[in-house]
Design a protein around this ligand. Structure first.
Ligand code: ATP
Length: 361
């Protein structure tokens, strides 16, 4: 029996194709008997068929497996009566039921050509955004107040426990990295609007308290509006950024754009006991089923999953496998063997997969 059970939900749109690509790469790099990818239904298409976006069996498998691997979920025309998309509920339910409080979004420039920024070389942008994933403004989803069709409110929620744990996660992550590309310094940037709202001032003060336990990591602050400028003008300054839920959501898409776009942006949503890994992009129904989607974000999310499993189970062979995948992606992109369409090339999903497989050393 394989050592690690991975609950796998391919989902909608390009989900199945990018997921299959990543599974092939991960199985090849880890070797036989290490990862067992078990398929479970879920997503918007499944909801149309069954009335369930996350069936109970799928949830139980996710809860009981070592990790969860996901393609993408959502179809624009599959919505609830209030207009919100059904597909999002798949990972939102998993996020809250399994308490996946840290949304990890690595931002790494693999090729200077992929960046819309001038004169940025490969590796010069290399930081991680840690988005608080269970509180903040999005905590109110489905629970805001709508009064007589005239006044609507959503409440921004912050708790000491919620901030402390995500701050600690972000500081620990900085300790595992090599610092910011600009100066090699381990640095945690707290992204907030502490100058405007009490909730954000509280976020900052709790991060400050936690920083006392991490004297080796420099603490830095940036207002959410200012950081959008810094991420464009001095992206090499950043190592790890921690942000409230909605700010983290917004700045991680901006970060992805600076390194080539959503098709190369991985993500992991993790808590103390569970982890869910998927590309940062959506299900892109406009290009689904044509073998033209880029599997890079999903493949790199798979590498992130291996890193997380390696930490949790003190299994250094998984870390080596993750590094092998990342090196293969870097090598095949720098040799311009198979550049996907969203990065300016014309390689298909299968071309990219094969090129990665060839570069696994
Ligand atoms: P969501 O709100 O679920 O994140 P979205 O509607 O914002 O999704 P996506 O589904 O990510 O957006 O798609 C936006 C566009 O980006 C698509 O039309 C598609 O052309 C492109 N895109 C997204 N992912 C990929 C990918 N992996 N490869 C190539 N192009 C992609």
């Amino acid at each position: 029996m394989a050592k690690y059970q991975i609950a796998t939900i391919e989902g909608d749109g390009i989900g199945p194709e990018v997921c299959q690509s990543a599974v092939t790469v991960l199985q090849e790099t880890c070797g036989a008997g290490v990862l067992d990818f078990n398929q479970y239904p879920g997503g918007a298409t499944h909801y149309v068929r069954s009335g369930f976006v996350l069936p109970e069996d799928t949830f139980q498998a996710c809860r009981d497996s070592h990790a969860i691997f996901h393609g993408a979920a959502g179809m624009p025309d599959v919505t609830y009566p209030d207009g919100t998309e059904v597909g999002n509920d798949l990972h939102l339910q998993l996020r809250f039921k399994l308490d996946l409080y840290a949304n990890v979004r690595p931002i790494r420039l693999y090729q200077g050509d992929f960046s819309p920024l001038k004169n940025r070389a490969s590796g010069e942008i290399d930081y991680v955004i840690v988005r608080e994933n269970t509180e903040g403004l999005y905590a109110s989803r489905g629970a805001g107040v709508s009064l007589r069709g005239e006044v609507v409110t959503d409440t921004l929620v912050m708790t000491r426990k919620g901030i402390e744990r995500v701050a600690r996660f972000a500081f620990d992550l900085s300790r595992k990295r090599n610092g910011a590309p600009r100066d090699g310094k381990r640095r945690l940037t707290v992204c907030d609007k502490a100058n405007i709202l009490r909730s954000y001032a509280f976020f900052r003060s709790v991060c400050d308290e936690v920083s006392k336990d991490y004297p080796d990591v420099e603490i830095d602050y940036a207002y959410a509006d200012a950081i959008t400028v810094h991420m464009v003008k001095k992206p090499d300054f950043y190592d790890v950024i921690v942000a409230e839920n909605m700010f983290g959501d917004i700045i991680s898409d901006l970060g992805a754009a600076t390194v080539g776009g959503m098709g190369i942006a991985p993500s992991g949503e993790v808590g103390d006991t569970h982890g869910l890994f998927q590309g940062a992009h959506g299900s892109a129904p406009d290009i689904a089923g044509q073998n033209i989607a880029s599997p890079l974000a999903t493949v790199l999310s798979g590498a992130l999953m291996l890193r997380w499993l390696s930490d949790r189970h003190s299994d250094s062979s998984l870390l080596a496998s993750a590094q092998r995948v990342e090196r293969a992606v870097e090598a095949m992109l720098s040799e311009k063997i198979a550049i996907p369409r969203d990065l300016g090339g014309n390689a298909s999903c299968t071309d990219v997969t094969e090129a990665i497989l060839k570069h696994l050393t």
